[in-house]
Write a protein that binds this ligand. Sequence first.
Ligand SMILES: Cc1cc2nc3c(=O)[nH]c(=O)nc-3n(C[C@H](O)[C@H](O)[C@H](O)COP(=O)(O)OP(=O)(O)OC[C@H]3O[C@@H](n4cnc5c(N)ncnc54)[C@H](O)[C@@H]3O)c2cc1C
Length: 353
Amino acid sequence: MGQLLSALTTTGVGGPAAGYLEAKTEVAVIEAVRAADDAGRRLLLVGGGSNLVISDDGYDGTVLRVATRGVEIHTGPEGARVTVQAGHPWDDVVQLTLEAGLAGLEALSGIPGSTGATPVQNVGAYGADVSRTLESVRVWDRQASSLLVFGTADLDFGYRNSLLKATTVDGSPRYVVLDVTFVLEASEWGSPIAYAELARTLGVEAGERAKATAVRDTVLGLRAGKGMVLDPADRDTYSTGSFFTNPIVDAETAAFLPGDAPRFPADGGTKLSAAWLIDRSGFSKGFGLPGGAGAEVAGGRAALSTKHTLAITNRGGATAQDILAIARAVRAGVRERFGITLHNEPLLIGLEL
Ligand SMILES: Cc1cc2nc3c(=O)[nH]c(=O)nc-3n(C[C@H](O)[C@H](O)[C@H](O)COP(=O)(O)OP(=O)(O)OC[C@H]3O[C@@H](n4cnc5c(N)ncnc54)[C@H](O)[C@@H]3O)c2cc1C
């Protein structure tokens, strides 16, 4: 049997791959992509597998795991340009830049996965996202069969979105990210805090700056409390993080919501809290566990995290269908209660919600 994809994903679901390759150099990445394309084989790219839910039937093409490593720091008077190979673990990069006295990535601490995947959905958390410090992305363009460099302005960044994601079909990107360059400030002070909970916990006002290392420690603490830092001993972290994006609705829809519904202006509309909507639709933490309401949905094998209603977790032995059963129940419940349809954040491979 081929490589089991459940072993490559943080949710721990996914059947076998027809073909599996791991590429440790940029040349090997490009060669593997070209070989699959020349042979007309389907190609699924995987980094850390932390934003993918793959079908129990597996994948009938080539799965390529990008396992390149390397970080280059070029320091100038104001700061530094940091170029990172796509396969390098993201959180190692955050830590390394802070150790080098560079600020800008601290609020993005504790996010699993590879650096090459961060521009794909414009990874973000605690009021920050990668588009703010990213300068360029070097890619292999599969359509043109050539190397290409995109600047930030070319990448069409939005909330959990980018050109890279918009041109990815079923986990198969047109542009394969080879490396990512960030511009960071030489400072022990982090970027202004743009998230109320983070500011409160740090004891500063929103908009103020705090020591970058303190921001990292505080973010890691807050995330761990929500099951949002990978921990093999904690089933609440066997997930893709947030399963649903925060919906952006028009003013009319927002006006119908109760007054205490969290809301923020965003992308020409109002961004709501998916976690709040889920909770208020009757799905509490742990929904789907035996003994609790909804245990019948996925037999206790999959459930909402016991620490956060936005993560769908594998409690042990879950299938992709168990994960989707929880997702469908939650989506239907929110739609029934508020008339709002939630959309999945992770890519679903060979699956439909
Ligand atoms: C516990 C937990 C917490 C999380 N918290 C957050 C959070 O706070 N904020 C957030 O934004 N996300 C979060 N995530 C989601 C996830 O970690 C990020 O989206 C991460 O960037 C995915 O990286 P990856 O390497 O695991 O990507 P994968 O899951 O391996 O792949 C995701 C997508 O990126 C594509 N891809 C991967 N590598 C490349 C490449 N080199 N070139 C082109 N395409 C590529 C894949 O084909 C796929 O389409 C969380 C996940 C977990 C499990």
